[in-house]
Write a protein that binds this ligand. Sequence first.
Ligand code: ADP
Ligand code: GN1
Ligand code: MG
Length: 360
Amino acid sequence: MSQILDIASHFQLGSKAISAERYGCGHINDTFRLETESGKSYILQRINTSIFHNAQALMDNVVAVTDFLKEKILRAGGDPQRETLNVVPTMDGSSLFREGEDCWRVYTFIEGAVTLQTCETQAQFYDSACAFGHFQKLLADFPADSLYESIPDFHNTKLRYRAFEAAVSADVCKRAASVAAEIDFVRSRKDFASVLVDMQERGELPLRVTHNDTKLNNVLFDGESGLPLAVVDLDTVMPGLSINDFGDSIRFGATHAAEDEQDLDKVSFDIGLFECYTKGFLGECGSLMTEMEKKMLPVGAMMMTFECGMRFLTDYLSGDTYFKIHREGHNLDRCRTQFKLVSDMERAREDMDRIVQKYC
Ligand code: ADP
Ligand code: GN1
Ligand code: MG
């Protein structure tokens, strides 16, 4: 960890960093918790530059979005130090420190917060929906044109499908034959992959400033009150579809199983959790949404789950170059949980539609 402490010394931490430990469960960046001599903690992250090609533009986004949010939080009488991310500058005032190919950034550590990997109660999931819905509401008047697109076509499921077919054809690891069932699962939903992209291109769904990675573990909850405190992981804040933010939360959180559960008998879609999230999300930002957006919420849930499963499968076929893996076949396990959830959601479609109607 001495290399990490050395990196830390380039940031304005107020006092010397004395310890560093790996932190969190993210699949993309390398995250460390730093502790300093004065007892203050920080989050130090190595930005994954093979995924985020322009780290400076990404940090410009994060600074602009968090400055905007801080103003709104202040006006609402909140605490901007705890309710959003706070970027700590380098010694020469930059939001980013470069060393060789690596790009690093630091946030103040939000103390007394907890992160959930799965929710323990329905109320927590409802609360996370309020947090993401509120986040979208706060950014409704953010100047979208000023945002750099940190990952172009991030939720373009139609292009993700093409990338999947390319990975099957290339079959660089000779894994395709062993996942024929998963490949068929994707291929039989080829037309579905285009549904939302086509609607957006036809102007039937508006682009909004969205988070684009609305996993439950990207919300910090207050350890004492249990209430949501801050939405984190702002790397993919870009113009996107509101229903994809809704959908990605459902994908990850409307089940009691982990995203990488190997026993598929434990993986099922929980319609009760879907209802809690729908109620919370529409309660916060439903008034901003069009009738069509609201109607398509269940499709957003199915699309994000399908897309994510397809991305895991594509990465498995490509030799696990995108998502961090911690065991052999990890991306395949992740893909299978997503496809199990897609199948469950397909069967529950009428109930999902009915629930959305109820809260519109
Ligand atoms: P990744 O992009 O790899 O998912 P995140 O930015 O989500 O990385 O950070 C990983 C985890 O670190 C989060 O899930 C959260 O638990 C924790 N975390 C991130 N930022 C902070 C912060 N400022 N204060 C406290 N915890 C944080
Ligand atoms: C990644 O960074 P993290 O772990 O919060 C990924 C998301 C996926 C998610 C699947 C930039 O999110 O798109 O939905 O893994 N982020 C990026 O768990 O690709
Ligand atoms: Mg994250």
